[in-house]
Design a protein. Structure first.
Length: 420
């Protein structure tokens, strides 16, 4: 069986919106955004938007979102829509905390992965074996996980020292580390507030300061996922199940097996993200701890066009906006209003260049309103800061919807032998 033959289902036309952005163009766009961000920082005086602490916090908050997104990527590349990521994360937070406070944080991490995988197995049985609608199954799993963890907490955490029906006892820390010498030097450079140089130092320094070992593992899983799915025969077969399962079956691929593997791995990633929340982010399980991050992870995956690199960028964006709620939120969000207004001007110019005059006009009107909002206020309401990650999620999905291309058989029912 030829891997090139199996890969043929992937060679389809891109979706509406045209070509995929090349790496040089992407790097140029990122550089342009950095320059604009640095200029906005100097104009507004909001030094915190590119500080080392802000970036470090953003990375910590991006990790569970990115892990949930990776989970969604594995499942959907095999053709299974995974709306149940939120429920799998919930199971990961609970099982991770339950095992973590008794037997140590690393055991908690393992149990968090197993908890998410258990939820994924239920989703796989429902969608792959019984052909239940993927959305219905995922929503049901989310509700089941929420109810089950609240029920279990009453019999475990409530009777444990330092716990309650809505909170676990404290969990030992995995510890943190910074890159010796380099971390301090970049932090010093960031505090000088030089144009662009200090902003880059803050960005890089945030990636090297106060790191949890689990953060390093999570970041490494992004290139590992890319290599497995796009550079191995296993990955080609798995992706063929999400593109054209009938053709894959005709070439000898056990479609059911690959779908099950992908969904269980998906749940393991989501469970790891949940364990990160309860063990690393807060050292304690809390009822409602995931706060919709499973859905935001799914949004990051869609923003990344079902690719690991784009997913990582989306998770970083959502993690950054989430971090604004913890560090100088109202001042920093006010400064970002100006940045968004400037970016919308460039967006309108691009749309006009593409001869999309109506969208360009709408974009420029929104940009003008953003400029007026920024100029007429000195602050933003705290409620807006809290809602910023969810607002950004909706905006990003609405603006990127025209250039997305999901796997062709994603979410479609499949029965063994249906092509005969």
């Amino acid at each position: 069986m030829s891997t090139a033959t199996i890969a043929k289902p992937q060679a389809t036309q891109p979706g509406k919106g045209g070509r995929r952005m090349s790496l040089p163009v992407l790097l140029l766009v990122i550089a342009g955004v950095l320059v604009l961000t640095s200029a906005v920082r100097i104009i507004t005086g909001a030094e915190g938007i590119t500080s080392t602490g802000q970036m470090s916090t953003a990375l910590r908050l991006a990790v569970p979102i990115g892990l949930a997104g990776l989970g969604g990527l594995w499942a959907e590349r095999a053709g299974v829509v995974n709306i149940g990521l939120e429920g799998m994360m919930i199971l990961g937070t609970w099982f991770g905390a339950w095992a973590g406070y008794q037997w140590g944080p690393w055991v908690g991490v393992v149990f968090g992965i197993l908890g998410g995988a258990l939820g994924a197995l239920l989703h796989a049985v429902a969608t792959v074996t019984f052909n239940v609608n993927h959305i219905v199954s995922g929503v049901a799993l989310n509700i089941l996980a929420l109810g089950a963890t609240r029920y279990l907490s009453k019999f475990t955490f409530e009777n444990a020292e330092g716990g309650s029906s809505k909170q676990s006892p404290p969990i030992d820390s995995l510890g943190t580390f910074s890159v010796p010498g380099l971390s301090d030097w970049l932090n010093t450079l960031n505090e000088k507030h030089w144009f662009l140089i200090s902003d880059i130092a803050g960005l890089v320094g945030g990636l090297l300061t106060d790191l949890s070992p689990l953060t390093v593992v999570a970041v490494a899983l992004v290139p590992i996922t890319w290599w497995v799915l796009w550079r191995t025969a296993f990955g080609l077969r798995l992706r063929s199940c999400g593109e054209n399962p009938v053709a894959a079956e005709s070439l000898g691929v056990n479609v059911y097996k690959y779908k099950y593997i992908a969904v269980v791995i998906s749940g393991g990633f989501a469970g790891l993200g949940g364990a990160f929340l309860s063990i690393v982010a807060s050292n304690v399980y809390l009822d409602g701890q995931t706060a919709g991050r499973g859905y935001i992870g799914l949004a990051a995956m869609i923003f990344g066009n079902w690719m690991p690199g784009g997913l990582a960028l989306g998770a970083g964006l959502f993690g950054y906006t989430d971090s604004l709620n913890l560090r100088g939120g109202t001042v920093n969000v006010h400064a970002l209003i100006l940045l968004i207004a400037i970016l919308l001007v460039f967006g309108a110019a691009y749309l006009a260049w593409r001869r999309k005059y109506v969208p360009a006009a709408i974009t420029i009107v929104i940009s003008v309103l953003m400029f007026i909002w920024y100029a007429s206020t000195n602050d933003v309401p705290r409620q807006l800061v809290t809602a910023t990650p969810y607002i950004v999620t909706l905006l990003v999905l609405s603006l990127s919807a025209q250039s997305l291309r999901m796997p062709k058989a994603d979410g479609l029912p499949y029965r063994k032998g249906q092509g005969k």
